[in-house]
Every structure is written in C-alpha cells, then in structure tokens.
Design a binder for this molecule. Structure first.
Ligand SMILES: [Mg+2]
Length: 396
C-alpha cells in the first residue's frame, strides 16, 4: 500500500454548535458555552474553547460539566441553525471540489487533487477555503492537508482552533511518531491497553516493530493495517455523497442595495447560476430557498416547495421572487441575497414527468444559454437585461 500523490483535506469546524451560538448571540462571545442535553441524563454535544479550559468536553455528562464549570452558559442548542450553517459550509467546499465526503454536519474530507492546477497547492487551497468559510458563515474551520485521509484527519486536529496543518509527502512517519497510539484508526480502549501492556505508547514505538510482530500480536488484517497506518499509508478514497444536499448561490452587496430593479436582476442572475449548476449535475430541486440579509445582520431564509422538481431558471426565479416580495417591502435596503434549491432529485426521475406535457421550451433556452456561458464565461449570456450586479465567488 502506498500513497498516490493525492491532495486530501480534512476540514473540521471548531466547537461547531457552541461557535454558532456565540456568533448569533454576541453577548456569549468569550463565555464558556456548553451545548447539549440539559436533562438529568443529558450529555454535552459541544463545549466552547472557554468551557474546555474548565475540563468540559463533548460526550461528558452535563451534570459533571455543571460541577466543573458552574459559571457556564448551558444551552439545548438549535439544530436548524446548525443545519443551515452546515449547508453554507458545504456550499463553500463545493467551490473547490465535488469530491466531498461529509462525516458529520461540521466535518468532511475533500479530495482536491484535481483542483491543484486551478487553485494552487494543498496549502493554498486550504487557506482560501478557510477564508471562504469565514466569509460566508463567520465561523472558523481547522484544516489538515495530506496525501491520505488518515493523515489529513490527524493533521486537522493538530492546531485547533483556527488551525492549518500541512503534512508534506514523505513527512508522515516523523509527524506521527510522537503521537499516542490511540491516534491510530482502529485502536480502541482494548487494543490501547494491550499495546500499553507491551510498552508501546507512542506511534514511534509501533513504527519500530516488524510487520511480523504486529501480525503475530493482532492477526493478519489488523497487524498489516497498523503497520501501514503508523507510517501514514492509507489509500482509502474520498467517497462523495450521491448528490449535494443543496445547490445555492448568494451575493453580498458592497453597498446595501435599495433598488427593486437591481435586486430582481440579481435574483434572476443567481437563479440562472443555480439552474445551470443543477443541469450540469443532472439534478432538479423540489424546494426553492431564498436567503436575505437586511443590514446590519438580520438574516432570513424562506422556502417554498414546488409542485414538481425543476432545474429551470425562470421557475426558480419566479418562486424566489414570490418569497422575496413576502419578506421585503419595496425600497428596503438589502445587504445579501441568495437563492438555493434543496430536496434534490436526479434528473432522470424528473424527466418522466416531462413526458406528460410539461413545457420544455424554457428548458431548451436554458440549455442553449448554458452552452454559451460555458464557452464564453459566465457573464456572456443572460436574458436581455443589464450588466450583472453580483460577483462570482472567489475561485470560480
Ligand atoms: Mg468539529
């Protein structure tokens, strides 16, 4: 087994639930915030870094956390806010690669090997991605960069919070050497105790063992596994989700936008981008989401489920416009606007409904526009209207 010249990122949000709470309630900034079950048998989901200083950590009984940190702010959490942030993070990741393997709401592997030519080496991509996540969520992410999933994951944990750690090819064994054996994947409590009994405490201790010794001790499969892993060798691929959770685009205006006409033009342009992304991925969406931010930071999202899935620019636009007109009065200042589609289905499922007399004309127009956009860049084509007012995201 050997590494294959890949560039893998492991991105892991810092104290995710607690950070979302601190972001949305500025009075909690700098406070020990503990999100989890507050009942008798409740368990801590996430502790802010301030709370961790008191010894509080995730999976600890909340009662124990209260004893350690009586001054702590204990919250049950708002899953919908975390899911919303998770959507935004996923969107940011999609700017760099489609090869994303989510591990949880706040953690994912990204294979960016194919993006290096476009965006620069692993470190540059990770720096840009960290900036991008901050811009769109005001949350911090730690990133590890390496040739394998295992190394990237170990690396992302190394300088938390707000860390970036790159393991250069060839540097794996030295990087792992001082770490405890528990950092090896597959080493649980039982194996750890067994290793400890042999006097093997650090990964360096394992690196010194012959393959045969490990096989004799743990069996062929586990023995080989530890032998490779302690050298940082791990050839498992990043396995992307079958389809993204959502496709969305948003624009932040440099100056708050007041004009209804310009806002509608932006909304149309964003709808076209979303439609094009869906068509490229062979997807349709059943739900249109509108996101809008009124200055300074009042952000609303509204969504509408359509009668059937669509990837059609004008359908997306019209639905988004209806949502917009429900939440905004004419002339009201807007700082950010976004359009997204969720509840995605593969286009082949959708195509069947097209057989039953649904209009396809608009779809043909969209396809032609896509071809022009791809050939001449995204700003070349649009339905007769003025210059685009939105900006493409960095790196696109
Ligand atoms: Mg995390």
């Amino acid at each position: 087994m050997e590494n294959m010249g890949r560039v893998i990122l492991h991105a892991d949000m810092d104290a995710f639930y607690a950070s979302v709470e601190q972001r949305d309630r500025p009075e909690l900034a700098g406070q020990p915030v503990i999100v989890g079950g507050l009942g008798k048998r409740g368990v801590v989901s996430t502790a802010s870094y301030e709370a961790r200083r008191f010894g509080v950590h995730s999976a600890m009984p909340t009662a124990q956390a209260r004893r350690l940190c009586p001054e702590g702010v204990f919250l049950t959490g708002r899953m919908e806010a975390y899911v919303e942030a998770s959507h935004q993070i996923r969107e940011a990741f999609l700017d760099y690669t489609d090869l994303i393997e989510p591990l949880s709401l706040d953690e994912a592997f990204l294979d960016v090997t194919g993006s290096v030519r476009l965006f620069g080496d692993g470190r540059s991509i990770a720096e840009s991605l960290r900036e991008r996540v901050w811009e769109s969520t005001h949350l911090r992410v730690s990133v590890g960069v390496a040739e394998s999933k295992f190394m990237a994951k170990v690396a992302s944990d190394q300088q938390k919070p707000d860390g970036l750690t790159v393991v250069a090819p060839g540097g794996e064994a030295a990087f792992l050497a001082p770490l405890p054996v528990s950092r090896l994947w597959g080493v649980g409590k039982v194996t750890q105790n067994r290793m400890q009994a042999r006097g093997w405490r650090t990964i360096a201790d394992i690196q010194e063992l012959a393959r045969e010794t490990l096989v004799a001790e743990f069996g062929a499969s586990s023995g080989q596994h530890y032998y490779a892993l302690c050298r940082g060798l791990d050839d498992r691929p990043v396995v992307p989700e079958r389809s993204p959770l959502s496709v969305s685009r948003e624009t932040t205006f440099e100056d708050d936008l007041l004009s209804d006409v310009q806002l509608r033009a932006t909304l149309l342009s964003l709808s076209e981008d979303v439609g094009m992304r869906l068509r490229r991925k062979g997807l349709s969406g059943e739900t249109v989401r509108l996101k809008i931010r009124f200055p300074p930071f009042r952000t609303l999202t509204r969504q509408a489920r359509m009668q059937e899935a669509s990837h059609d620019d004008m359908t997306i636009y019209k639905t988004a416009l209806e949502l917009l007109e429900k939440v905004r009065t004419s002339g009201q200042a807007v700082r950010l606007i976004g359009v997204g589609m969720t509840d995605l289905v593969a286009r082949s499922e959708f195509a069947q409904s097209e057989l039953f007399g649904n209009p396809v004309e608009e779809g043909r127009v969209d396809q032609t526009l896509d071809e022009i956009r791809v050939r001449f860049g995204n700003t070349a084509a649009g339905r007769g209207r003025g210059k685009r007012h939105d900006e493409e995201r960095p790196g696109r």
